[in-house]
Write a protein that binds this ligand. Structure first.
Ligand SMILES: [Zn+2]
Ligand SMILES: [Zn+2]
Length: 223
């Protein structure tokens, strides 16, 4: 855990991040990360100003160029898509299969019952790998909802992200997820290069609750 050398959640200037793919790769390389996932929003997910195949292909070209420049760093193509109120994921031009890692996130305020109801639907489609900042937009929390959410995430093998930008409020959910053998990931949710690889908060939670934090290879091997 102490030696985690990845960051699974970095935004570039292809969405609402400030830094280019090259700047992200350079910073990740300087701090000796082994894997950096550039995970942008694309229209119509919130936080995006643009979408469409051209944008995604341009970013792919930038990632390929950065891979050549920083050969010891694995740079993965990620995406952060909105989980919508009807239990679907926001569409992305060209489909979700083109990405190495798909993060599904709620970006709108919802209560605990809505959260688990929508989550129960969307996880069954198995279109994403990681539930981003799982309680970032929760307006309430009921233990029975947390229990069911942990159960469906365990059943579908979707990882729960420990996100550096959102303070964990509902430790009950983490405890239940641990009991159900859920898996976890760490992500800085960085929007500028200074915060890339900063995962201390997530690492502390993982350590305090003795959570099973998986490596990026866990997702790549399943694809
Ligand atoms: Zn997000
Ligand atoms: Zn994000």
């Amino acid at each position: 855990m102490q030696n985690t050398r990845y960051d699974l959640h970095i935004h570039s200037d292809y969405s609402d991040g400030k830094s280019s793919v090259h700047e992200i790769a350079s910073r990740a390389n300087t701090i000796n990360l082994e894997t950096a996932v550039v995970a942008d929003h694309f229209w119509p997910s919130l936080g995006s100003c643009q979408g469409g195949k051209n944008i995604i292909e341009n970013r792919r070209r930038d990632i390929e160029t950065a891979r050549l420049e920083f050969p010891s760093l694995a740079i993965l193509e990620g995406v952060e898509v909105d989980i919508q109120s009807d239990g679907s994921l926001a569409p992305v031009a060209g489909g979700l299969e083109q990405f190495d890692i798909v993060i599904g996130s709620f970006h709108w305020v919802l209560d605990s019952y809505q959260w688990v109801s929508i989550l129960s639907k969307v996880v069954k489609k198995k279109q994403f790998h990681v539930l981003g900042h799982w309680d970032g937009f929760l307006s309430s929390y009921r233990e029975e909802d947390g229990d069911l959410a942990a159960q469906v995430l365990a059943e579908t093998g979707i990882a729960i992200e420990l996100n550096e930008r959102y303070i964990l409020e509902h430790t009950h959910f983490i405890e239940r997820a641990k009991e159900y053998d859920c898996i976890f990931t760490l992500g800085s949710d960085s929007h500028s290069v200074e915060t890339i690889g900063q995962l201390d908060y997530g690492k502390k939670i993982a350590s305090d609750f003795d959570l099973n934090v998986v490596e990026p290879s866990y997702f790549l091997n399943r694809c």
